[in-house]
Design a protein around this ligand. Sequence first.
Ligand SMILES: Cc1cc2nc3c(=O)[nH]c(=O)nc-3n(C[C@H](O)[C@H](O)[C@H](O)COP(=O)(O)OP(=O)(O)OC[C@H]3O[C@@H](n4cnc5c(N)ncnc54)[C@H](O)[C@@H]3O)c2cc1C
Length: 453
Amino acid sequence: MTHVVVIGGGITGLVAAREASEAGATVTLLEPGRLGGKVQTSAFDNGMLDEAADAFLARVPEGIELCEQLGLAGQLVAPAERRAHVFSHGALRRLPEAHLLGVPTDLDELAASGIVSAEGITAARRDLEEPLVAPTTDVTIGSLMRQRLGHEVAERLVDPLVGGINAGNSDALSLAATVPQLDAAARSGAASLIEACRAQQAAGPNRSDPVFFAPRDGMGALTAALVADLSRRGVTLNTSPARSIEPCGLGWRVQVEGGFLDADAVVVATPAPIAAAILRAGAARVATLLAAIPYASVAMVSIAVDREGIDRELNGSGFLVPQREGLTVTACSWTSAKWPHLGGDATVWLRASVGRDGAIPTGQLETQVLADLGHTMALRGRPREVRVSEWPASFPQYRVGHLARVEAIDAGLAATMPTVAVAGAALRGLGVPACIRQGRAAAQRVLAPLGTA
Ligand SMILES: Cc1cc2nc3c(=O)[nH]c(=O)nc-3n(C[C@H](O)[C@H](O)[C@H](O)COP(=O)(O)OP(=O)(O)OC[C@H]3O[C@@H](n4cnc5c(N)ncnc54)[C@H](O)[C@@H]3O)c2cc1C
């Protein structure tokens, strides 16, 4: 029997283990921490709280398909509220409905929102007048947005949205690697970026289709179902951390704390710095490429508060905060409005995100967040319960050149360690569906030379 060792039990590693088992291999999964990795749901107030990811994209098939395979399809729910607000120029303002990842596709609607000034709208209109020249190299998101749509739209729409999703700064993130949709728009041959985004919207799903789904009991239900599936399949769960991989006969010796495992194929699905350390002995150049991927830290501050403690209607999914507003909070999800089964008639759940420029601010996060929520959304009541979930070095930052780096990593492994693969958030997409896709592909890739897949 072919033995596959999967290192890391986040969503990527769990899916890789399932795929390898499905292909007929004997599988050992190494996970020294919490199974599910960055997908964690825990008891909070009177329900179950997602401490990190709270949904997956519905526009791509991987999340939905996996839920179907695991018997979770009937439990999927979509957010009841889709429209966010932006805290801009000192007030919460509705994010226009017509936008693609923050690129406005109806400038009149944007003007009416008050998010950007009249000068900001004039600057954005120039995109419709000056022919779009496709970038010839990888560029930052910010550079294209500032050039086409002006600084205000770049800073008050695109950066809060795209920077928020990636816990990064759009002036430093690669357009091609971070937002392939916008990269494709820029290279589509359309006369302007706005027109290219309009064309994508017209060709894409209906505006009324759900954008996200999540299991009703939280994202942890997905990883719990995966773990249950792996145990049914006889996958061995081992809590030892992997240290290194060395060649051994025709396969590999995986050094773990206090011993080793022999494997025919290995999938490394840990964060990049750990993958680098594990691969250093066998593939030094690949390790150097992995080690240079930067990470940002974030914290989620979740709050349960009496409904009467908030002096405004929660008519949306939450709000984003542009960096220029100078607040600690980068975004706040109105969790009970988005997911009406969470909280209750008399209780509201909120989830505030914190962490900009790579680091979580120092000091009393809870106090800073409550002050920001008082200022932005008139939170007056004392919370019944607060949970601060810190996620140090959790968001890989795809800088300019990231895609070339990932290709070099794959090529380096194919040349030196063909039955070893790396996969996960650090490489080809950090959203849950992208991790599912990578876990599957990595298992198939390492098994192909062995004739098992
Ligand atoms: C706060 C937050 C909010 C997010 N929100 C969303 C969202 O709403 N929607 C969405 O789609 N995505 C979201 N994401 C992103 C997404 O959740 C992650 O990118 C994804 O879960 C990462 O999965 P992974 O398996 O690649 O890595 P991880 O989950 O990091 O798993 C890696 C695993 O490797 C293990 N490991 C470490 N060292 C070793 C070792 N030596 N040996 C063996 N194992 C080891 C770790 O313990 C860990 O469990 C969010 C992320 C965060 C942090």
